[in-house]
Design a protein around this ligand. Structure first.
Ligand SMILES: [Cu+2]
Length: 271
């Protein structure tokens, strides 16, 4: 047996304790001094390395021609701020079919649906908000109250917020648009199997494109691309991708572009 000198044992013990204390702080912040940038970054990157980010609005809803988000939370240490005041928990109100943006100001955070203690936290959306993804946009197609929190700071720093989505009481379906062009009904049947059907309004004769995206914004299929007269029209998607294979069950987004004005509606494909 090699006998280590006593001072070396003391050094090893202190080093091990230091490592443990750092790991515990990252995994479960317990208030006290704010987390360092490095600890926040580690917490966020560790989580999303194991759990894919999801729930961002499809690219079609965030492109240069998409309507601006209806409201924005500025994400800072350690609050979601929507009103420019230093209140802890802010609430924004939007209408069905509108989008909300989270925009980084400082630190490393997430926007995660639910409350920190919910078993299904993050089931609707769970996205990092940091220098790597400085702006994220979530689509809110359905009325309801949607609490959210930051994974590293929701529990210990009460870093939370709320989105309240009110029903669209005009009879124009899920995506009201100022021009009057857009979907006028949710996709049906819901869920869809062989076909998903869409009804949409064209405000004046012109070019119409209808495309299908998956929930990560990947283009799946083109349904329409051509000239239409003004009026209400219908189209169907055969639940097949560009290559002709049936898509797997899940949530997709139909993106409609009428004379450059875009709107989107959700499509659920069943097995
Ligand atoms: Cu945070």
């Amino acid at each position: 047996m090699v006998r280590l000198p006593r001072f070396i044992l003391a050094f090893v013990a202190i080093a091990a304790l230091g490592t443990w204390a750092t790991a515990a702080r990252v995994a479960e912040p317990v208030g006290g001094p704010p987390m360092s940038d490095a600890a926040m970054k580690l917490c966020v990157s560790d989580w999303y390395a194991e759990h894919p980010a999801h729930g961002a609005a499809p690219l079609s809803a965030t492109g240069p021609l998409a309507p601006a988000p209806a409201d924005t939370f500025l994400v800072t240490n350690f609050r979601f701020d929507s009103d420019g005041r230093s209140t802890q928990i802010d609430t924004v109100r939007v209408v069905e079919g509108q989008t909300v943006m989270w925009k980084i100001v400082s630190g490393f955070h997430s926007t995660t649906s639910g409350k920190p203690t919910d078993l299904d936290a993050g089931s609707l959306w769970d996205l990092p908000v940091d220098s790597g993804t400085p702006e994220v946009v979530v689509d809110f197609p359905t009325a309801g109250t949607y609490p959210f929190f930051c994974r590293p700071h929701g529990q210990a720093f009460n870093m939370r917020g709320v989105v309240i989505v009110t029903a669209n009481t005009a009879d124009v379906g899920p995506s009201p648009r100022v021009s009057g062009a857009g979907f006028v009904a949710p996709a049906w049947p819901n869920p869809s199997r062989a076909y998903a059907n869409f009804r949409f309004r064209v405000d004046r004769a012109g070019d119409v494109r209808l495309r299908i995206y998956d929930s990560s914004g990947r283009l799946i299929a083109g349904v329409l691309d051509g000239a239409f007269d003004a009026g209400v029209h219908e189209a169907s998607w055969n639940a097949r991708g560009v290559g002709g294979a049936r898509v797997k069950a899940g949530t997709y987004w139909a993106s409609l572009e009428v004379n450059g004005v875009r709107s989107s509606t959700k499509v659920v494909i069943a097995d």
